[in-house]
Design a protein around this ligand. Structure first.
Ligand SMILES: *[C@@H]1O[C@H](CO)[C@@H](O)[C@H](O)[C@H]1NC(C)=O
Ligand SMILES: *[C@@H]1O[C@H](CO)[C@@H](O)[C@H](O)[C@H]1NC(C)=O
Length: 458
């Protein structure tokens, strides 16, 4: 059994890495005649228009085709019928009107009645790493701008496009790249869905589509906050369900847990991202950051997550402050971190929550507690705890299971009610997951070879 599993896993991972390698020879052809699109920080399309207060959340302010085609891994083009970028009005964590960009991908032979909102784990504190930008062919690259994490997720999303679904991606960190300002992330996700519905005249999306959401890790924060905020902020929206993986209920715990370890690179963009939303936190950071670490720490103001991950791996980032327990001792920091913890409201939509028992970034005990809390207030949750994985691996290993749950939910076949918790050896051994697994692999391979993305007719 275990050998079979390991073989399966090996084949899966091998096939994934094979797609990357295989794509490489294409690179030369595709690089011709293509210029780097303007960075969001310099692109007037992203600028906030005047009078935002006067329009409702989800109202479309401007839209265009992406300046460059959408890419997978920045190398092979995804063969789509259409793509759109939409700037729409949303609300930040302070309750102020703001606006952010939504990317809409339309596959060939699209089913315009089904929309998946996919929240990308961007995990950066500059707008120049936003998915709307990073998903384009020939976006700025190099050591600072590498966003491979984002593009790996696009491969998973290709499997969703294969279902014929319209897939939308909100730039849920907003115009200031407020990573960890989770209320904003939730609002931006809900308003992205509203904007997609409002875009019917030029995207063709149905005015009453079946909507689902999906997100892992940084993307789970936006998705689960959206689910928590939906009953009060967007009661008009009917959302059929959300698949939420690698949940992060409490970010204070994450800081303590990752500091000095492989994922310590989450801390600088998290602190800067929160300061981008809460200026008073920026003042606390200025006050307590030791002068000899200022330049190093502030690199996260202008680089994407891959670079943060590399630069701060295994570093004692909290020792860059004059008080390494600042997240507990400073009342402003403690208040802001508490305000951005999950569990403030109960989601009313059905959820598939999946989490690695060995998650090294956010302990599973906190997700167990959060799920219990939701369930005690009447939530509808299928909770899957996965034993043979860590945080990063589960994003890939559980993707087929999450996708199969989303397929059932989109098709109205999810009749689950109340709460069920299951601890599995591996999400890959799930029969439903195995049914979609080979298709994901095959399709990912074929897509990189340029096959039109969309369900094959007949
Ligand atoms: C945002 O909201 C805060 C708190 O309500 C308020 O003090 C501030 O002036 C607002 N900022 C803008 C730009 O509207
Ligand atoms: C988050 O976890 C920390 C311990 O890591 C705890 O002190 C704090 O109270 C928790 N916050 C919330 C909102 O549960």
């Amino acid at each position: 059994m275990l050998v079979g599993f390991n073989l399966l896993l090996a084949a899966f991972l091998l096939a994934l890495s094979a797609t990357v390698t295989y794509a490489a020879p294409l690179e030369h052809d595709l690089l011709q005649d293509r210029s780097t699109p303007t960075l969001p920080s310099k692109d007037p399309f992203y600028a906030l228009p005047y009078g935002l207060d006067e329009v409702s959340p989800g109202i479309i302010l401007r839209h265009r085709a992406p300046p460059n085609p959408i890419a997978a891994f920045g190398i092979a083009p995804v063969n789509l019928q259409a793509a759109h970028q939409i700037l729409s009005r949303t609300t930040d964590s302070l309750g102020n009107a703001t606006a952010t960009v939504l990317t809409v991908l339309v596959p060939h032979n699209a089913d315009f009645t089904k929309v998946l909102s996919y929240q990308v784990a961007e995990d950066a504190s500059t707008i120049d790493c936003a998915p709307s930008y990073a998903f384009q062919l020939e976006h700025a690259q190099g050591p600072e701008m590498g966003t491979m994490v984002t593009e790996t997720e696009l491969l998973l999303v290709e499997a969703a496009l294969e279902q014929g679904w319209i897939v939308i991606f909100p730039d849920f960190l907003g115009p200031k790249a407020a990573f960890m300002a989770n209320e904003l992330a939730g609002y931006a996700t809900l308003d992205g869905i509203r904007a997609a519905i409002n875009s019917a005249s030029f995207t063709g999306i149905s005015e009453t589509p079946t909507i689902t959401m999906w997100g892992y890790s940084g993307g789970s924060l936006a998705s689960l906050w959206a689910a928590e905020l939906q009953p009060t902020y967007a009661p008009d929206l009917k959302i059929a369900g959300a698949a939420i993986g690698g949940t992060v209920p409490n970010i204070t715990t994450v800081v303590t847990r990752v500091n000095g370890k492989a994922n310590a690179g989450l801390i600088p963009p998290g602190v800067i991202g929160l300061s981008n939303q809460y200026p008073e936190l920026g003042q606390v950071v200025d006050q307590h950051l030791l002068p000899q670490f200022r330049t190093e720490f502030n690199k996260a103001k202008s680089q994407c997550y891959l670079a943060d991950d590399t630069d701060f791996a295994n570093k004692d980032v909290m020792a860059m402050f004059d008080d390494r327990n600042l997240v507990y001792t400073n009342p402003i920091a403690a208040r802001i971190l508490a305000a951005n913890a999950l569990g403030k409201h109960t989601p009313q939509i059905p959820l598939f929550v999946y989490k690695s028992v060995g998650d090294e970034i956010s302990p599973i005990s906190e997700t167990d507690t959060l799920v219990d809390k939701y369930c005690n207030s009447g939530a509808n949750i299928m909770y899957q705890r996965d034993q043979k994985s860590n945080h990063g691996q589960l994003a890939v290993i559980a993707a087929p299971k999450a996708l199969s749950w989303l397929i059932n939910t989109m098709n109205g076949l999810n009749h689950h009610s109340g709460c069920t918790t299951k601890t599995v050896l591996s999400s890959l051994l799930d029969l439903d997951a195995l049914k979609v697994l080979p298709k994901i692999l095959l399709d990912a391979l074929l897509d990189l070879l340029g096959k039109p993305v969309g369900p094959l007719i007949g």
